[in-house]
Write a protein that binds this ligand. Sequence first.
Ligand code: HEM
Length: 356
Amino acid sequence: MAINSIPMIYHTSSRSSTKPSSSCNEKHHTYCFIVVMKMASSFNKLHILLCLLFATQTTMTRGQTRVDFYGTTCPRVQTIIQATVQSAFQTNPGVAAGLLRMFFHDCFVLGCDASILLSGTSTERTARPNLSLVGFEVINAAKSQIETACPGVVSCADILTLAARDAVVLVPTGRRDGLVSQASDAVNLPAFNDPISVQISKFRDKNLTAQDLVALVGGHTIGTAACAVFSYRLYNFSGTNQPDPDINPTFLPQLRALCPNGGNASTRVALDTGSVNSFDTSYFVNVRNRRGVLESDAKLLSNSTTLAFVQKFSGAMGVPQLNFGVEFARSMVKLGNTELKTGSQGEIRRVCSAIN
Ligand code: HEM
């Protein structure tokens, strides 16, 4: 089932601390529900923002993220980013998945501070899980137009966030750019072969719950993985000379055909078989049917809590349902508030690939 509208909780006022809380339910903040309309099951015609439902006002203090943070200082920022993402998307639809994954990898390492964008011999970008990230040129293109329109105002961290938003949903702005980026810090990132207990604890370390984990991994509804990161499951799993028993036997031949033993490790395979271009709940149906591509996807079934969320998001019979669009959006806001630098922390980079 394609998600045609994604209701989104949206902070629009300041926070009084320099480190915004990750909760969407704080009192005294302005909330808007934004509906992100997507043309039925097609990423080609991305989304139109509609429908502000309600808002309450609070005072503004130092250290904040809020929607329309750049309303007066750079009113064109959203238009520029949206146009840049859409134009990149038209040339290469894979950019949407790339930007979403880049946002996740940025937020998980030293917070959402664009440390992922810094170039250098041992920056985060050079860490193994980040080598396959794509979409850097989209951020750089947006930044260069934004610097022309309003120099020194908009952080790379917010450009990446808004670009990921334009790939999927909406999130608040006001982040500043970090000064540090080290490949060694990327150990925080979950790995494709992490057991479920490790996945849960890596998310917990970022104040994200098991529900956030399952909802956010639902990002795998779009995008692809290289054979290199899962073909070990297909032929000789854990030295058994057998495939991973968690793979549905009817799915195994499909995966083997896509990634032959000893074949091209860089061939890319949809993470959501049969529905890679649609932001929908089919990924969860696949996982539930043991058709998850990554071992980490399959492992969502190995814990009663994460299994329950897979069932709820996938529309399994006999369990209370959870709306994936709503929960994904809510969890994205939490992810986007991870270890923020606001106020006088960090800086506004002139170019996203280097500190000033
Ligand atoms: C336990 C957590 C996670 C693990 C272990 C994981 C692992 C991976 C791996 C191994 C790939 C394939 C990389 C490649 O071969 O290039 C991938 C792709 C992807 N991941 Fe995740 N991921 C996790 C969570 C997330 C989250 C939370 C998001 C988004 C919020 C996300 C979004 C994506 C997207 C969109 C792609 C496709 C990228 C593309 O097509 O370029 N992932 N992930």
